[in-house]
Design a protein around this ligand. Structure first.
Ligand SMILES: Cc1ncc(COP(=O)(O)O)c(C=O)c1O
Length: 390
C-alpha cells in the first residue's frame, strides 16, 4: 500500500486478531476469497436499483453478481425462488431490521421484541434505537426460573397487546427457540412473525439448529457472525398475496439506501457458497460441541451458566454471582489483559447496569474457524477461571 499509515494499522490489527483468543460471539474469521471480493473493483460501481432495473448504465455484470448472491442465499437455506424472495442489499443487520418495520409496520404501531437486558437486540424496539422511537415496543423476556422463553407467558402478552409484528431470534440467548410456538403466538394475535437469525444463521445453514423458515413470514440475518461472511445482511420474505417482498425491496431502495455495496454483495455470495458445503456443516457441529464443552467446564469450575448450558455457539456466564464474584466489566478487562477477548453482558433480571453488568458473553464460532476442538475449549475455560479468580 502507498498509504503506510493505514497499512501499518491494518497489519497491527491483523497481528492482534492472530494473537488473541477471540470469544466474541458475534465475530468470525472470513476466508481469503471473501477478503478478495471485498477488496475488489466492484466497490467502484454504482448500481442503484435491482437486477434488470438499475438507474445507472454498465450493470450487466453487477446484475449477475447480485442474482448469484440471491440464488446462493435461497439454495443455502433450501428455499424455492417461487416461495421466498431475498434482498441481499442491506448494509448490515440494523438497517435490515429497520427496513422490514418500515415496509410492514405502520409508524407508532406495536412491535413485540425481547428486552435488551434479557437478550434482545437494540433494533427489536429498544428506546435508544430508532426502532423504539418510531414504533412502540411491547417488551418480553425470559422466565425468571429457567432463564428460557416461557411461550405461555408470551402468548398472554401477545393476546393482550396485539402487536403488528413479533420478533424472535436474539443477541444473547443460548438456547433453541421453538419457532412453531412463536408462529402460534403470532397467529393468536394476527401479527407478522419476523425471525432475526443473525446469531444462529450459520448453525441453521449447517443444519445444526432448527430452521425458522417453515414458520416465519420474514427472516433477517447478518452475514458476519456464525455464517462467516462479510459485514452485511439479508432479508428473506415469503412470496404470497400480501406482497411483503415488494414493500421490503422498496423500503431498502429507494426508501433507506442508495447504491448497493457490490463488493460486499459479491463477498456475501462467496461466503454463501462456502457455507453450502459438508465442511461447513461439520464446522457448525464443532462450533456447538465447543460451546458446550466451554459451558460444562466453566460450570464444573463453579461459574453460573445462564440457563445451565447452551444449544448454540453462545455461552452466557454470570460472573457476579450475587456479589460473590466480579462484575462483567472487570471480568472482560481482566481477560483482555491476558489475551482473551469477550464482551460484558447483562444477565436476565440483572441488578447491575448495562455498562457494568453481571456477566460476560462468550462464543465459539471464531476459535472453531481456527481449528479448535472440545479439548481446547476445556483449556480455555480453565484459563478463564484462573484469570477471573486471580
Ligand atoms: C440479533 C441481532 N440482530 C441484528 C444485529 C445488528 O447487526 P449490525 O451490527 O450488523 O447492525 C445484531 C448485532 O449484533 C444482532 O445480534
Amino acid at each position: 500500500m502507498q498509504d503506510k499509515d493505514i497499512e501499518k494499522l491494518i497489519q497491527s490489527e491483523k497481528k492482534r486478531q492472530k494473537s488473541v483468543i477471540n470469544l466474541i460471539a458475534s465475530e468470525n474469521y472470513v476466508s481469503k476469497d471473501v477478503l478478495t471480493a471485498l477488496g475488489s473493483e466492484l466497490t467502484n460501481k454504482y448500481a442503484e436499483g435491482y437486477p434488470g432495473a438499475r438507474f445507472y448504465g454498465g450493470n450487466t455484470i453487477i446484475d449477475d453478481i447480485e442474482r448469484m448472491a440471491q440464488n446462493r442465499a435461497l439454495s443455502l437455506f433450501g428455499l424455492s425462488s417461487k416461495k421466498w424472495h431475498v434482498n441481499v442489499q442491506p448494509l448490515s443487520g440494523s438497517p435490515a431490521n429497520v427496513a422490514v418495520y418500515t415496509a410492514l409496520v405502520p409508524y407508532g404501531a406495536k412491535i413485540m421484541g425481547m428486552t435488551l437486558s434479557h437478550g434482545g437486540h437494540l433494533t427489536h424496539g429498544h428506546k435508544v434505537s430508532t426502532t423504539g422511537m418510531i414504533w412502540t415496543q411491547v417488551p418480553y423476556g425470559v422466565s425468571s426460573g429457567t432463564e428460557k422463553l416461557d411461550y405461555e407467558e408470551l402468548l398472554q402478552i401477545a393476546k393482550k397487546e396485539k402487536p403488528a409484528l413479533i420478533v424472535a431470534g436474539y443477541t444473547a440467548y443460548p438456547r433453541k427457540i421453538d419457532w412453531k410456538k412463536m408462529r402460534m403466538i403470532a397467529d393468536a394475535c394476527g401479527a407478522l412473525l419476523m425471525v432475526d437469525m443473525s446469531h444462529i444463521a450459520g448453525l441453521i445453514a449447517g443444519k445444526s439448529y432448527p430452521s425458522p423458515f417453515p414458520y416465519a413470514d420474514i427472516v433477517t440475518t447478518t452475514v458476519h457472525k456464525t455464517l462467516r461472511g462479510p459485514r452485511s445482511a439479508l432479508i428473506f420474505s415469503k412470496i404470497d398475496e400480501r406482497g411483503l417482498y415488494t414493500k421490503i425491496d422498496k423500503a431498502i431502495f429507494p426508501g433507506m439506501q442508495g447504491g448497493p455495496h457490490m463488493n460486499q454483495i459479491a463477498a456475501v455470495a462467496v461466503a454463501l457458497r462456502e457455507a453450502n458445503t459438508k465442511e461447513f456443516a461439520q464446522y457448525t457441529k464443532q462450533v456447538i460441541a465447543n460451546a458446550q464443552s466451554l459451558a460444562k467446564e466453566l460450570k464444573n469450575l463453579g461459574w453460573r451458566i445462564i440457563t445451565g448450558g447452551t444449544d448454540s455457539h453462545m455461552v452466557l456466564v454470570d460472573t457476579w454471582m450475587d456479589g460473590t464474584g466480579i462484575s462483567g466489566k472487570v471480568a472482560s478487562e481482566k481477560l483482555e489483559e491476558q489475551g482473551i477477548i469477550v464482551n460484558m453482558n447483562t444477565v436476565p433480571f440483572d441488578t447491575r447496569k448495562p455498562f457494568d453488568p453481571s456477566g460476560i458473553r462468550l462464543g465459539s464460532a471464531a476459535e472453531t474457524t481456527r481449528g479448535k476442538t472440545e479439548k481446547d475449549f476445556v483449556k480455555i475455560a480453565q484459563k478463564i477461571d484462573k484469570i477471573l479468580r486471580a
